[in-house]
Design a protein around this ligand. Structure first.
Ligand code: SF4
Length: 123
């Protein structure tokens, strides 16, 4: 079975279904992930983590992501799944929700602009 990057050793908030069902869903980028063994537990929150500790842990995880050769692939994977927990591709779960909302808004605007163009060309 494919090993995910930063597979948590002890996980409080991460459900077991976070593992992709098939290797082609996960992509070959996993092999180059620098967080393959998250021994420091940086990428997922333990239960009842205080805010200051969470912010420090997430900042440390993002520093790891910053030197990861597959950050773009990882981020896109986490956005497409979407991965609901943890730091992926240098983004927290909250940051990914914002990124996804922006992406959806942009897609709606592009569809509207495209429809407007078609109407203008037909008229
Ligand atoms: S970008 Fe971050 S979370 Fe993704 S594989 Fe690299 S180190 Fe892991």
């Amino acid at each position: 079975m494919l090993q995910l990057p930063h597979q948590p050793l002890q996980v409080a908030a991460v459900p077991p279904q976070r593992a992709p069902a098939r290797e082609d869903e996960a992509g070959p980028w996993h092999a180059e992930a620098v967080c393959r063994r998250d021994e420091a537990g940086l990428f997922f929150a333990p239960s009842k983590e205080p805010t200051a500790a969470r912010l420090a842990r997430e900042a440390a995880a993002k520093r790891v992501c910053g030197r990861c050769p597959v950050m773009v692939e990882c981020r896109e994977h986490a956005l497409l799944q979407p991965e609901p927990y943890g730091v992926w591709g240098g983004l927290t779960a909250a940051e990914r929700r914002v990124a996804l909302a922006r992406r959806r808004r942009r897609e709606v605007e592009l569809r509207k602009a495209s429809a407007t163009d078609r109407i203008a060309q037909a008229g």
